[in-house]
Design a protein around this ligand. Structure first.
Ligand code: GLC
Ligand code: CA
Length: 559
């Protein structure tokens, strides 16, 4: 297995709108990020994944880009960007840009031209089709944000494809001119000195030529576009071309967001010798319990979680590289989802989850606030939401189709909505958690007086200090990065236990996912005199462990 810096790195994701506001307009910005770099340096992360900062009308908070080479006005200027980049580099922190090129905004100049006429030079930059009969879209595909994936456009009496919102028309990657535009734009950012790309829904860029109706799940109004536009016929060709023309010329870190990816597909996207991407984000563990419908209250059975994560650990070993994550800007807070966010267990379970993830093989990603154990927001009403996914789902399911009851759906949002991750970063116990001196664009979680960075940086037993230690351990021990993984006790419904092996070194990782004490028999090998505890959330000092207390975790090491 090749040893490279991006395998040894720990990434921190910043969602700029919610990170730190520098000018009191209630919206986070680039100057705000620059002012917090010392905090990130102290935490010890190596790379920032910056969610989109490009010019955008913000239908989907920057994931709808109207100019790839300008900074969103609310976030600042290109000078602010350059300052942030150079200040990050001074601290040894790299910046990975979010690359959103499956679609643009409908306000992008290319689309403004494209919709003007069928013979406009930009027409073929997007995917246009004739309707089927009287005002019927070309097929039954539903968009990821509710409604049809096709939007009728009166000027030319045709429909354009949008797998996300109707303000996010899909680019036509089969058009060579589109690919060249994207590659030269990427090159422009590389010339500026950025260190990599996180590629938004990159598994969707290639669509089949034929676009038949998709299968409808039970009770669904729209059909599924997945088989025709996920891992489509040319996706690997296009990524190889991107790699040849741009990526291979720089020392970058790349990660593809690949909804629907299987282990087999991941080996193609991120295989050691495939010359596509460094790694991908898979979704199986965060989609547990969904069965095609995200809005449910299903808990995550540990046996299933272990099965999925272990499959990725063992099957990619030596062949492709894993990304490790439990949260991001599209997921609820991981302590609320996989742990226990009650005052009694929040800290312990946040530390336990961090350990479980950070001791695996792969590159870990920390989402802003995860290092503080930030929790979901107590949403009670639709007016509190800002996210297009939740707002559209509510309109469609409660108001139009009337197939879901209001309070029941809000309860599901409270558990799963993306807005849980998007409430402002909790910096201190002053007004608005120190995020802004103005009115925040989305409400601050009321628990900020208890849960905030200032308190945790000053408190050595905090989640922050625990994450700091997890990151430091990864830098010190090669086994944590490269060791081979093996799951123990696969059918235990409460304990997640695994080993890592690297040359003569061995690690045992113990995690109790329950709020009850669990008896455990530690393998002899990990109880001998030369065994050491690398980290523990109950301050254990002896390896003679007979039980794990609620949400207890510890890591034992020997050579
Ligand atoms: C990705 C992003 C998500 C966005 C979508 C459309 O899944 O992570 O936030 O809404 O793509 O760009
Ligand atoms: Ca601002």
């Amino acid at each position: 297995m090749k040893h490279v810096w991006w395998k040894e790195a720990v990434v921190y994701q910043i969602y700029p709108r919610s990170f730190k506001d520098s000018n009191g307009d209630g919206v986070g910005d680039l100057k705000g990020i620059t002012s917090c770099l010392d905090y990130l340096k102290e935490l010890g992360i190596n790379v920032i994944w910056l969610s989109p900062v490009y010019q955008s009308p913000n239908d989907d908070n920057g994931y709808d880009i109207s100019d790839y080479q300008e900074i969103m006005k609310e976030f600042g200027t290109m000078d602010d960007f350059e300052e942030m980049l150079s200040e990050a580099h001074k601290r040894g922190i790299k910046i990975m840009m979010d690359l959103v090129v499956n679609h643009t905004s409908d306000e992008h100049q290319w689309f403004v031209e494209s919709r003007k006429s069928v013979d406009n030079p930009y027409r073929d930059y997007y995917i246009w089709r004739e309707g089927k009969g009287e005002k019927q879209p070309p097929n039954n595909w539903g968009s990821s944000f509710s409604g049809s994936a096709w939007q009728y456009d009166v000027t030319t009496d045709m429909y354009y494809l949008h797998l996300f919102s109707k303000k996010q028309p899909d680019l036509n990657w089969d058009n060579e001119a589109v690919r060249q535009e994207v590659f030269s734009m990427m090159d422009w950012w590389c010339q500026k000195g950025v260190d990599g790309f996180r590629m938004d829904v990159i598994s969707m860029i290639s669509k089949t030529k034929e676009m038949p109706d998709g299968i409808k799940a039970e009770g669904a109004v729209y059909g599924d576009f997945a088989p025709y536009s996920i891992h489509g016929p040319n996706v690997h060709n296009y990524l190889k071309e991107m790699n040849r023309k741009v990526l291979s010329k720089y020392d970058l870190m790349t990660v593809g967001e690949t909804a629907g990816v299987t282990v087999e597909e991941a080996k193609r996207y991120a295989g050691e010798d495939e010359n596509e991407l460094n790694m991908v984000f898979q979704f199986e563990h965060v989609d547990i319990g969904n069965n095609g419908n995200k809005w449910n209250l299903n808990k995550v059975p540990l046996v299933e979680l272990k099965k999925i994560l272990s499959k990725w650990q063992t099957e990619l070993n030596g062949k492709a590289w894993n990304s490790l994550y439990l949260s991001n800007h599209d997921q609820p807070r991981c302590v609320s989802r996989f742990g226990n966010d009650s005052p009694e267990y929040r800290e312990r379970s946040a530390k336990m989850l961090g350990t479980c993830l950070h001791m695996m093989q792969g590159t870990p990603y920390i989402y802003q606030g995860e290092e503080l154990g930030m929790t979901n927001y107590p949403f009670t009403d639709i007016s509190q939401f800002r996210d297009i996914e939740s707002i559209n789902a509510y309109r469609e399911l409660v108001e139009e189709e009337k197939c879901r009851e209001k309070n029941e759906l809000i309860a599901c949002f409270q558990y799963k909505s993306r807005d849980n991750a998007r409430t402002p970063m909790q910096w201190d116990d002053s007004d608005n958690a120190g995020f802004t001196t103005g009115t925040p664009w989305i409400a601050v979680n009321p628990n900020y007086k208890k849960i905030n960075a200032k308190e945790q940086v000053n408190n050595v037993s905090s989640v922050f200090h625990y994450y700091k230690k997890l990151i430091a351990l990864r830098k010190e021990y090669k086994i944590i990065v490269y060791g081979t993984y093996e799951l123990l006790l696969e059918n235990d419904p409460n304990l997640y236990v695994y080993t890592r092996t690297y040359e003569k070194e061995r690690l045992l990782v113990l995690c109790n996912f329950s709020e009850e004490e669990q008896a455990i028999k530690i393998p002899e090998e990990f109880m001998t005199a030369d065994c050491r505890i690398l980290i523990s959330n109950y301050g254990r000092e002896s390896v003679k462990v007979k039980e794990l207390r609620p949400y207890e975790t510890l890591v034992i090491y020997h050579k």
